[in-house]
Design a protein around this ligand. Structure first.
Ligand code: UD1
Length: 426
């Protein structure tokens, strides 16, 4: 199995470009199931989750032509199967995103239940409850969600008890082909949800309230939507992770192809810690970020919440950063009940972290030591890479398939920034 070896305490600096957002690419690929013959998508990140989604679409019968590793055209006019099998879904929970589109377009489908994962139970009850409200009959059969809506889905008001990103995305897609108007109340406001709504608008679907907690969709009752070409937005989590690379090593770096509007909470926290950030706008929504070293790195407090709050997907990386700040930091995880798996691995490297329920206290300023550590989920793994960059000696990170799910060319981007990082086989 592949592992990463990092030689710590090397001087870092330089510039890299941010890739397209995995979490925007996945719903847009699934949404192509509602569409016709020529859906063109650019700026896709070359990561394992995107490959898993295209494999799933091909399994369903979508024809995909790759122009290069970031660009493809899909033809979803002839769908052959209506089942998302366990073997694909178990590799990527976001496969649940095909449920809404398949059910809305074909009136039936079968999608394997994603099951639990390292960061918590992560149920899909909100997705199912909302689809039932839209007229679907749903039951669970041998680990599969079996959904039917013989006479099609009908628009209605859906009130989410909790804010769910993929839940909102599934219902937005289902509502686009439903009969009549749907309103999603307590909807997710993430930029990835916004881009999905804009993609549907490009195919003529009327949607209002985009980016707010109340989204209103006029169902088209159309069989096929024809989408305009779309360029995936920059990955705010990848960008945040590389900003942490600069921050933890206290180096000067430049990140191109970013969108600072999606990073307000993160950039705000970095300047509070003491980093100087210079932003250049190259075009609307396209920025270059320069980060410069801090004279002292102040401790900080973070509470993860839904967008526009501080993202849970950057909690682990900021925890690694907190180990290098001067004093005690506090991090509270509000979204997932078990998203502190990186803590024990960071502790093995010498980090002083104490946990009480959803609250982590990090005592900064201590030296980290290289060690063999285990990646547990995608973002936890990147926290271990960050710790490895400042640790004394060598850190070996095992189970890096987690990292490959969401970070494009991690080693080459890290190497371009001066890191001594190698992918090896055990
Ligand atoms: C998405 C992101 C993930 C991010 C998360 C929170 C994608 C592909 N993944 O995941 O990177 O960490 O948002 O920003 O976009 N919940 C329920 N029932 C449901 C659905 C969710 O109880 O039916 C709970 C979850 O367990 C969690 C909370 O709601 O505690 C938020 O989860 P949700 O927003 O649904 O996360 P994902 O969409 O799976």
């Amino acid at each position: 199995m592949d592992y990463l070896e990092i030689k710590g305490q090397e001087p870092l600096g330089g510039s890299i470009a941010i890739s397209g957002a995995k979490n925007a690419a996945l719903p847009i690929l699934a949404c192509a199931l509602l569409g016709g013959a020529h859906t063109s998508i650019t700026n896709l990140p070359a990561v394992a989750d995107v490959r898993a989604m295209t494999t799933l679409l091909e399994h369903l019968g979508v024809q995909i032509i790759w122009e290069d590793s970031h660009t493809l055209t899909l033809d979803a006019s002839h769908i052959l199967h209506l089942e998302a099998p366990y073997d694909i879904v178990r590799k990527m929970r976001a496969s649940i995103l095909v449920l809404g589109p398949l059910l809305a377009r074909f009136g039936k489908c079968k999608v394997s239940l994603p099951g639990g994962c390292a960061i918590g139970a992560r149920p899909v009850d909100l997705h199912l409850k909302a689809l039932e409200k839209m007229g679907a009959q749903i039951h669970i059969e041998q680990g599969y969600i079996v959904a039917k809506a013989k006479r099609g889905l009908k628009g209605c008001d859906v009130v989410f008890d909790k804010i769910s990103v993929t839940g909102t995305e599934n219902i937005v897609m289902a509502a686009a082909l439903a009969k009549g108007e749907s309103k999603i109340i307590n909807a997710a406001k993430e930029p990835e949800v916004v881009q999905l709504c804009e993609f549907l608008q490009s195919a003529g679907v009327e949607i209002s309230g985009i980016g707010s907690s109340e989204i209103c969709i006029q169902g088209t009752q159309q069989e096929n939507l024809n989408f305009k070409p779309i360029e995936i937005i920059p990955d705010r989590i990848e960008c945040g992770t590389y900003l942490c690379v600069a921050a933890i090593t206290n180096s000067k770096m430049r990140f191109a192809h970013a969108n600072v509007h999606h990073l307000e909470a993160v950039l705000g926290k970095l300047s509070e810690i003491g980093f100087k950030l210079d932003i250049q706008e190259l075009a609307p929504n396209q920025h270059t970020i320069d980060i410069s070293p801090a004279s002292t790195r102040a401790p900080f407090e973070i509470i993860t919440t839904e967008y526009p709050g501080f993202p849970t997907d950057l909690q682990a990386q900021f925890m690694a950063l907190a180990t290098q700040c001067a004093g005690g930091s506090l991090i509270e995880e509000r979204l997932f009940e078990n998203r502190f798996m990186h803590v024990s691995e960071l502790q093995r490297m010498g980090a002083q972290i104490s946990l009480k329920g959803a609250l982590a206290r990090i005592k900064g300023g201590g030296m980290l030591m290289g060690a063999d550590v285990m990646a547990t989920d995608l973002r936890a793994s990147s926290a271990l890479v960050l710790a490895g960059l400042v640790a004394k000696g060598k850190t070996r990170i095992h189970r890096i398939y987690h990292l490959d799910r969401g970070y494009e060319n991690l080693e080459s981007k890290m190497s371009a920034l001066g890191a001594k990082i190698k992918r090896l086989k055990s």
